[in-house]
Design a binder for this molecule. Sequence first.
Ligand code: CLR
Length: 583
Amino acid sequence: MFPRMSTSEMVGPGDTAAAVAVSTERLRLRLQQEGVSEAAIADSERIVRTEFEVLHKQLMLLKQKQTLLLDTLRQLETEKVDLENTLVDESQRQSKEYGSTSRSKNEKYSEGSASESDDYNEPQDPAEDETDDDENIYFDTRDFLSSSSFKSSGSDFQRSEAGSDDEDDYPMDGIDTSMKSVGISYPYVRRRKKLPDPVEKEKGVSLWSMIKDNIGKDLTKVCLPVYFNEPLSSLQKCFEDLEYSYLIDRAYEWGKRGNSLMRILSVAAFAVSGYASTDGRSCKPFNPLLGETYEADYPDKGLRFFSEKVSHHPMVVACHCEGTGWRFWADSNLKSKFWGRSIQLDPVGVLTLEFEDGEVFQWSKVTTSIYNLILGKLYCDHYGTMRIQGNNEYSCKLKFKEQSIIDRNPHQVQGVVQDRSGRTVATLFGKWDESMHYVMGDCFGKGKGSENLSEAHLLWKRSRPPKFPTRYNFTRFAITLNELTPGLKEKLPPTDSRLRPDQRCLENGEYERANAEKLRLEQRQRQARKMQESGWKPRWFAKDKATDTYRYIGGYWESREKGSWEGCPDIFGQVPNDLMITD
Ligand SMILES: CC(C)CCC[C@@H](C)[C@H]1CC[C@H]2[C@@H]3CC=C4C[C@@H](O)CC[C@]4(C)[C@H]3CC[C@]12C
């Protein structure tokens, strides 16, 4: 950040004579021409030399001062970042210590003063300024969750902690009893619980050392060595958003029973739940090659998912998922901004969830920022407003609170469900990395007390961390995504992410080979722009002109059935000579 000075440049005043040689030759000649005496000439020479020395000393002193100043600045910068990290670590540690704090009821809700929240009742205006009032409307969920009133009603909140390994996928604790039958008919599928043990020992490389050479470039296009990657592609990462698909199953069931409020509440919980897997993850997913695909056939979740990289410039990934009684699709493109010590990612694109009965919900993702690129532990946060627009009675507005460095209680999400007249019928609150609850009515509205918060009902709770932790901080679900389950390899098209060699090598911990393969594929990928310009089209998606989004055109699972993958290029293989770029 600051120009470093080499020690040889930092010459002290004592070195002046050695460092500078002033020539008085021309002066002497000139004075001789004038017939000045030798004594006067020698005198003049001495005067010039001493004056110059004084000047030089002053210059050196200034230079030294500048160096010191730069060092102090550098030191301060380091200390500032350290301090920020300590604060963040400390607040995270504190927020983990549930139950250790017990505050009085009055104190408990003091941060959630009732008066500011009437902005929820305003008609929805996309241009409205959302940040101004954000600071005040969040009450402390941590304190609420540790309150005795809540503990009694949610006594089984902790229960799944001790549960057996497999019941985790479908947690029932705290959920309406009538919903317990949803999804129980899905078959059991055996999936792996750990990643392969690494073959090689990994080397540490500093991220900053990589970034500093690439300042000013688009960071998504910077080629980083494989150590910064996790063994998943962005296509597979899309599927991570569906980890808690049982919330959509419940939403479907609620709607079928005529309870559209519970339907939208479950959909809202689903929209938040997708963020839980980003907690503690600090590696980059693989950037898929143009035309790369990923399928996830998960009968154990009652769904099948499919995604394809549909554009390289800009990078767009499209996905389509068919569940039991619903369909979900999205295309996403990230706009990134580099802020020096952090990167801001703004997802562009709409997520759509359509139920068999015709009810449709649409929403967009909030902003994600990645912090501590230079120093400290990398972490990400999500913030902004998410609006879930329904085509029926209700819509929902969720606010993801931006974390500040002194935040005792980060990752908070709060929201309201409103009917068509704009009346708030239910309130949601929780944390994107923990759980979401709802309360009937408008409990943050004007003049409302927060007493009814003790009536909160659990909508979603994050699954337990895996039994075998990975260096990538994968969730149990993420661990299963790149698995080649028995018989699957033979059914996959040659474009599936699971067959990408560098990613497979990384998963196996063969870092050297992974790096070599990554370089080779990146070289290949350079033709992507050319391919796109010369009319390349995605194989399974097409752009819908009316909505400007990519929609699945169908046929993937049918081709898979037949095992015919004509028109699916061998994107991971060697580049045929006629396609090589020679420039
Ligand atoms: C500079 C590099 C090495 C470090 C950054 C790596 C990690 C933290 C970054 C790289 C890509 C990022 C993901 C890209 C896209 C999305 C979709 C968005 O809707 C939620 C966040 C999420 C899921 C991001 C989370 C953070 C992420 C995983």
